[in-house]
Design a protein around this ligand. Structure first.
Ligand SMILES: Nc1ncnc2c1ncn2[C@@H]1O[C@H](COP(=O)(O)OP(=O)(O)OP(=O)(O)O)[C@@H](O)[C@H]1O
Length: 293
């Protein structure tokens, strides 16, 4: 059966469309009118402080939680009513998934592969995630980082069109994290759409095409890291040397200042450094402004 199109469904270029999403737990509003769109083929990161409502949003998109209000379309269907064929198009990497202590890694992946119409090759998956040596081990004997890799393998074994990753690299060592980032980039090159939550801003900056910042149940800003910098009115610092002295100036428009300095000095600017704000600077500024509103 074809999924019923919803009002929030936009077009074939849209993987996820959310409009005025609301969620209330008891008498507490956790999501207060979230609007966002994820385009097909992009990596979209949802950032926000603890308790901002990221997991709640993701669980609603996955069809694990019923929303209190608003419109949601995921791959053209409403998650509240979509059927098993729709579910087969999704891959999910949860924050923690410790349900399979006695399963051996390969058996678990082979078992999950049978749920899907077009699963990935399990050997290829084990190799891609650096789990060949653990293939015959029970999940309960794996290290935290190795278990997390099994979670990732379970998330993509069904070859999903849309992958949700809830804090995927928690517990990874730096090498595993780097390898995971390379895997995400490969999956994006293969055309997979991904929605990611993370507290690691370097990870968001490296992986995400666009970022939404959720604060107190609302999207405070959404766009590329550069667009977020503009919306947060983030300032850059320009440093140079003049008469043997180090000068610093904070400016929203460093290229204009550099141009003016060049005119004033009549040539190259000694000791020139331009420090643009990092995503972390921008994000912390947004959170602080959100707290004082
Ligand atoms: N089942 C539930 N019943 C009642 N309140 C809940 C429930 N699940 C989450 N909450 C509350 O909703 C708010 C948002 O939680 P959520 O887990 O979505 O936030 P988050 O942004 O994912 O946080 P974190 O970064 O800590 O994972 C929190 O205050 C949380 O306590």
């Amino acid at each position: 059966m074809l999924p019923t199109p919803t009002k929030a469904a936009e077009d074939s270029a849209t993987a996820v469309a959310v409009s005025d999403l609301r969620m209330r737990y008891g008498d507490r509003d956790v999501l207060c009118g979230v609007d966002l769109t994820v385009r097909r083929g992009e990596v979209f990161a949802l950032l926000g402080p603890n308790g901002a409502g990221k997991s709640t949003t993701i669980e609603i998109l996955e069809g694990f939680r019923r929303r209190s209000g608003g419109e949601v379309s995921v791959l053209g269907a409403d998650p509240d009513t979509a059927g098993p064929a729709w579910r087969g198009e999704l891959g999910i990497i949860l924050q923690s998934w410790r349900d399979h202590p006695r399963w051996r890694v390969r058996e678990l992946l082979e078992h999950f592969a049978t749920y899907y119409e077009h699963p990935r090759d399990v050997d290829e998956l084990l190799e891609r995630l650096g789990l060949q040596e653990q293939a015959a081990q029970e999940c309960q004997k794996l290290s935290g980082g190795q278990r997390r890799r099994v979670d990732v393998a379970l998330g993509i074994v069904g070859n999903p069109r849309l992958l949700f990753l809830d804090e995927p690299t928690t517990g990874f060592d730096p090498v595993a994290r780097r390898e995971f980032h390379e895997l995400v980039e490969q999956l994006r090159d293969e055309g997979m759409t991904m929605v990611l939550t993370t507290h690691d801003l370097h990870e968001a900056e490296r992986l995400a095409d666009r970022i939404a910042v959720l604060i107190a149940g609302r999207v405070a800003a959404c766009g590329t890291a550069a667009e977020l910098a503009v919306s947060a009115r983030a300032q850059a610092e320009v440093v140079w040397t003049d008469d043997g002295q180090t000068r610093r100036q904070i400016t929203p428009d460093p290229s204009q200042l550099v141009w003016e300095l060049q005119q004033r000095l009549g040539g190259p600017i000694p000791g020139l450094e331009v420090h643009r704000p990092t995503l972390e600077d921008i994000y912390i500024r947004m959170i602080r402004e959100g707290e004082t509103q």
